[in-house]
Design a protein around this ligand. Structure first.
Ligand code: MSP
Length: 643
């Protein structure tokens, strides 16, 4: 069966940042994994170039819209090329074939009666290219997704009968519990659909930078809604509506998206596909957001991280490793140079790099850089069994996009190798003239490194090619079959001397995030507060009367008629999640909180807020810049005590 893997297509209103790189790295690793296994795989990425937002960005930059789109699209493509992203096609929504495909899709939906013409009056957020109802707005004006102010727009529009797909969508979610992954994200989508779907306005007359209407409909005032245009890229890239040349890859095996665009992919997209009588993708994989040193990245704060800058400083494959190892799929992750350097030094340099260096050293000393696997099984059955067990466990993690668990498990191979060297001390055996035994241990470890590098290949393709070259073999589908599927040993290794692959890093290689400007007013307050605190000291026992625990937000929704409150369900490791009503709506959207690890006061007397029971309180810090939740530096189990 063929595989089809996609990234979202990136808006061309600014250059790539680390969040874009993350989606691309996951998708690339998954595509490489499938290709390594010999699956017929197609991997798509590209750029999303229409809409008012792009038109406005071009104007701000005093450029023609197409010229501007060309330039930014090229920066994405060049970056992915520089990063060796193994895409099979880079689609642009300004490609002629794409536009034809979208028009064809529009005609099919229209002919089916799924698209009709009417008027739309609503609050429109230009930044999100989305209409909202009055009740969805924050404080009657602001976009619930990005917080920017919305405009009232009344225009003639074509509508897609999204409402008629409500039941079919709910049925699909129920019958395919893995459609949305991780599964914990499905609830927010299901609740949204259950809340009632309104027909979707799928054309605009307020701007012109979009796909024109099909000739058969003859309505030049309208251009297509950018999300209809953009979502269709996943099939137009395969030739939908034109050559049909690669449609055999459809349906996609997985479509990766950030959690902020899950709704478009898990509701609108499947409904469009149903209307076109096309099958639905197997999985929509929704990943979390990257923050920098705990703060959301934004251009205005000046803390956006450029993937190119990081890759230039630390190496792109180290970055891939870090991002895919650091964060459980679906959860938010924090980019800190400290955490990055720690992983390079301890996992890449110590565990993997040292093991390789030891093999180069020992093979040179004991057997002129040639290693024969002839005696491995005789002396190392135990280690080989342990190694096979680890390798057998890996596929499931990758199938669930759990790259952090995949890598964690994979690293057990290096422990097996290092332990074997310590236990069997080949240098002692050499002195005791038990050369066969000594060489068997060296060969065991060489085999461990060979197999580990095959399995690490999708995550660190070039680095593992160097490791394979050092060991004297090639990573490809043939070696995957032989060494992984058939569990064979590599008969002979011809070791090449290679300089250390992961030099230790002692100090950050990039400037740290800019520090907030000191605020004299704030500092005065701090001094006053310290004085007050000194008069009010407590015993440590008093502190421990408060039970603080890690909670994981499993559900979050707005409280109607309240501009301040959000209603959350927080898992504290107890039988049922607790309901917590928190005054954080001005600072967080409900979707952004799902799966967040938070700190909860767990033994607070329950209280009622706007008639709703609240069984806990979230810790947060607030100053004149706003409020932020206090969260653990790394994810911890629900219910973990704090203190
Ligand atoms: N053009 C739309 C997608 C259309 S797909 C048919 C879009 N583009 S985007 O450039 O704004 O975002 C692309 C992807 O980057 C989204 O999946 C988004 O979630 C992801 N990220 C943007 N900022 C991010 C972080 N800070 N962290 C992780 N990913 C984030 O949306």
């Amino acid at each position: 069966m063929s595989k089809y893997i996609t990234t979202p297509i990136y808006y061309v209103n600014g250059e790539a940042h680390i969040g874009h790189a993350y989606t691309t790295f996951i998708a690339d690793s998954m595509a490489r994994y499938e290709k390594l296994k010999g699956e017929d795989t197609y991997f798509l990425t590209g750029t999303d170039e229409h809409g008012q937002k792009i038109e406005e960005s071009a104007q701000k930059n005093s450029k023609g819209t197409q010229e501007f789109a060309d330039e930014i699209s090229a920066t994405f493509k060049n970056l992915w090329d520089e990063f060796d992203i193994s895409y099979d096609k880079f689609i642009r929504t300004t490609d002629e074939d794409h536009k034809k495909g979208v028009q064809r899709a529009f005609e099919v939906m229209y002919a089916k009666g799924d698209i009709y013409k009417d008027f739309y009056e609503g609050h429109y957020c230009v930044s999100c290219e989305t209409f909202f109802t009055e009740t969805q707005l924050v404080d009657g004006e602001f976009c619930p997704d990005c917080g920017r102010s919305t405009n009232i727009i009344k225009e003639e529009s074509y509508f897609f009968r999204l409402s008629t797909y409500e039941d079919a969508l709910l049925k699909h979610y129920a019958q395919h519990p893995d459609f949305i992954m991780p599964r914990s994200r499905a609830n927010e989508v299901i609740n949204f659909v259950k809340g009632g779907l309104r027909d979707l306005s799928v054309t605009r007359t307020s701007f012109t930078w979009g796909v024109k209407m099909p000739d058969s409909i003859k309505d030049d005032k309208h251009v297509m809604y950018v999300w209809l245009d953009a979502l269709m890229n996943y099939v137009t890239a395969l030739g939908y509506g034109t050559t049909e040349e690669n449609m055999r890859y459809w349906p996609a095996s997985v479509q990766f998206v950030g959690k902020d665009i899950l709704r478009f992919h898990a509701i609108y997209w499947p409904a469009f596909l149903m209307s076109l009588d096309l099958p639905l993708p197997k999985h929509i994989g929704a990943h979390g957001w990257w923050t920098r040193d705990g703060e959301k990245m934004s251009k205005s704060k000046g803390n956006v991280i450029s993937p190119k800058q990081v890759a230039d400083a630390y190496g792109v494959e180290n970055l891939r490793y870090f991002m895919l190892r650091e964060v459980p799929f679906g959860q938010d992750g924090d980019f800190s140079q400290r955490a990055f350097i720690d992983r390079i030094n301890s996992e890449l340099s110590n565990d993997l790099g040292n093991l390789l260096n030891r093999i180069i050293g020992m093979s040179g000393k004991y057997s002129d850089f040639e290693i024969d696997s002839v005696d491995v099984l005789k002396y190392h059955k135990k280690e080989i069994d342990a190694m096979n067990l680890v390798i057998d466990s890996l596929n499931t993690f990758m199938e669930n996009f759990q790259t952090h668990r995949y890598l964690e498990e994979l690293w057990k191979l290096f422990s097996i190798g290092n332990k074997a060297i310590e236990e069997h001390a080949p240098w002692v055996k050499m002195k005791e003239e038990r050369k066969d035994e000594a060489l068997a241990t060296v060969a065991l470890v060489a085999n461990i490194l060979a197999k580990a590098s095959i399995m690490l290949h999708p995550i660190m393709p070039n680095t593992t090619n160097i490791i394979a070259d050092t060991l004297g073999f090639k990573i490809d589908n043939a070696s995957y079959k032989e060494l992984i599927e058939e569990k064979r040993m590599l008969k002979l290794f011809n070791i090449k001397q290679t300089p250390p692959l992961f030099p230790r890093i002692e100090a950050p290689l990039m400037p740290e995030a800019p520090l907030a400007q000191p605020n004299p007013q704030k500092e005065k307050c701090a001094v006053k507060d310290i004085k007050k605190e000194q008069d009010n000291l407590i015993e440590i026992g008093q502190f421990f009367e408060t039970s603080l625990k890690i909670g994981i937000v499993v559900e979050a929704e707005i409280v109607p008629k309240s501009s301040k409150l959000l209603k959350l369900k927080v898992d504290l490791g107890e039988e049922n999640p607790r309901q917590v009503v928190a005054g954080i709506r001005e600072f967080y959207t409900p979707e952004s909180l799902i799966n967040s690890h938070v700190c909860v006061v767990a033994n607070l007397k329950p209280a009622k807020l706007m008639g709703m029971l609240s069984e806990g309180m979230l810790l947060a810090a607030k100053d004149e810049d706003g409020l932020c939740l206090i969260r653990p530096e790394k994810p911890k189990k629900a219910g973990t005590p704090i203190g």
